[in-house]
Design a protein around this ligand. Structure first.
Ligand code: CA
Ligand code: CA
Length: 252
């Protein structure tokens, strides 16, 4: 029984650790505030967005003039690989609108609604234009993400399990990130709708890894903590038992 427990713990860590704190660099669950729950400390500053019921718990509603500032630097020079995404519910699909962006011109890393990727819908910037597109259904929650790999000049848009891959040639943008708008020229392309569970990984996640986040949420950290506590209590229990048996052996 003890051996089975140890094997299960090892398998768990091998499976989940590559997707856990090692590469999660910012996480905004919007539970009451715009704090970063990844532990990295990139707490957001909210400019006008209002707390509403979200995909999970609470979320922020952006009315077309709101945004959240994050000090996270998502430039290719800082992060060769990046995946960013969120659960979103659009209230207006007229392009162009950004969910996450650090664009300062030149189609820098951005995720939102655009009309230049073959049609109007969920899209992402790829340096020399736009990857698209997945049509928007108003007032419906959808999981969107984009992964970038500067080393291989590739980018992949992911919308509710469907992927759109492209070559990319990304330049540098601002050294900070906005949620709910494009920071270009003091702010343009404002999003109208609700945004929840915004995440950033310092890896170019593949479709199955994004499937896992879409289906299970950003839970590995919590689960890891739980299993670490379980492992700790198991060790303490073992230690106590061993001390007790040594004591009894010596005194009986
Ligand atoms: Ca939430
Ligand atoms: Ca640029």
């Amino acid at each position: 029984m003890r051996k089975i427990k140890i094997v299960l713990l090892i398998l768990y860590f091998l499976f989940f650790l590559p997707l856990s704190s090692a590469s999660l660099i910012a996480y905004y669950s919007f539970e009451g505030n715009a704090d970063d729950f990844s532990g990295s400390g990139y707490h957001g500053t909210n400019y006008g967005a209002t707390l509403v019921s979200g995909y999970r718990g609470q979320a922020f509603y952006f009315d077309g003039s709101d945004y959240i500032y994050s000090g996270l630097n998502i430039n290719p020079s800082a992060l060769t690989q990046l995946t960013m995404g969120a659960w979103v519910k659009a209230s207006n699909s007229s392009p162009v609108r950004q969910v996450i962006s650090h664009d300062n011109g030149g189609y820098d890393r951005s995720l939102g609604i655009d009309s230049r990727g073959g049609g109007t819908g969920w899209s992402a910037f790829k340096g020399s234009g736009v990857i698209g597109y997945s049509p928007v259904s108003l007032e419906e929650w959808v999981f969107i993400a984009v992964s970038y790999n500067q080393a291989t000049s590739t980018a992949m848009l992911y919308v509710n399990g469907v992927t759109y891959s492209s070559t990319s040639g990304l330049g540098e943008g601002y050294s900070y990130t906005n949620i709910g708008r494009n920071p270009l020229s003091g702010g343009v392309e404002y999003f109208i709708g609700t945004i929840d569970e915004v995440f950033f990984y310092s890896e170019a996640l593949n479709a199955s890894q994004l499937d896992n986040i879409r289906l299970n949420g950003i839970v590995p950290e919590l689960s890891t903590c739980f299993f670490m506590l379980l492992a700790l209590s198991f060790c303490i229990q073992r230690g106590t038992k061993s001390h007790l048996s040594n004591f009894l052996r010596r005194h009986t």
